[in-house]
Design a protein around this ligand. Structure first.
Ligand code: BTN
Length: 244
């Protein structure tokens, strides 16, 4: 299996923005990526600010061009990335890992990683910049009670080169499922790690709190919920907030 072609940056405003610039000028190949422990102006979901402690937080981005993936099933890119992160965190003994739809990785019920896949659909190709922010060596999160890190969970600081190599291998492995023929299999693996799958949990929807059962996440990324009155409905991530 070929490895990703990764470059370490001593600092970067945002590793996703870095790759977007290269893509704009056609100066990047599928599998190229960058990472840094000093990201200064990170971007999160829906343009939010993503901050990480210098020398503790890993900001990692990779560019992949998918040729055999129907754009209806674009969420498989997020699923594959999430599964790769879980496999790596599990290898470094982080306990109780799950994927909180749509893009968070939890240890227990605390966030340890966020993923931001920025996709461009160009004819039959999907050009994707996959950004992964992992709390690695932080000792505490005073302002973020719902966050945790590899160090907090394991009392160990894995060497960064081992961590990057392991993540790179796992990304290559799970990305290979992002082809039309394999997405059902990927979806099965994804659901096995899905936080609160087939369980009831509270959501905030249109300003009200409602309990619903998580039925599944469709291949296009919509979540299917069943409410206590028996009604079933699909939602996009910006329409609902899970309370956990
Ligand atoms: C989220 O909102 O949970 C997603 C956060 C994604 C952050 C990562 S860090 C590496 C890459 N570069 C960025 O600017 N953002 C992503």
């Amino acid at each position: 299996m070929l490895l990703l072609n990764l470059r370490k940056l001593s600092a970067s405003s945002s590793t996703n923005k870095e790759l977007k610039k290269l893509l704009k000028f056609n100066n990047i190949k599928s599998g190229d990526g960058v990472w840094t422990l000093n990201q200064t102006d990170g971007v999160g979901q829906y343009g939010s600010v993503w901050q990480g402690e210098t020398n503790s937080h890993l900001a990692f981005s990779v560019y992949k061009c998918f040729e055999n993936l129907n754009s209806k099933w674009i969420y498989s890119i997020n699923s594959a990335s999430a599964l790769a992160v879980i496999k790596t965190l599990d290898y470094f003994n982080v306990p109780d890992l799950s994927i909180k739809w749509p893009n968070d990785i939890l240890s227990g019920n605390k966030k340890i990683c966020g993923i931001l896949a920025e996709n461009q659909i160009k004819g039959p190709q999907i050009k994707s910049i996959i950004g992964i922010g992992i709390n690695l060596y932080e000792k505490s999160f005073n302002k973020l009670p719902n966050a945790t890190s590899v160090f907090i969970e394991t009392q160990k600081k894995p060497p960064i080169t081992d961590f990057i190599q392991n993540l790179s291998q796992n990304l290559m492995f799970y990305m290979s499922f992002c082809v039309n023929l394999s997405i059902e299999e990927l979806s099965k693996m994804f659901h096995n790690k899905l936080f609160f799958w087939k369980k009831k949990i509270e959501f905030e929807i249109d300003g009200s709190l409602v309990e619903a059962l998580i039925c599944r996440v469709h291949l296009n990324g919509l979540i299917e919920l069943e409410f206590n009155n028996g009604k079933v409905k699909n939602f996009q991530s910006k329409e609902i907030k899970m309370i956990y």
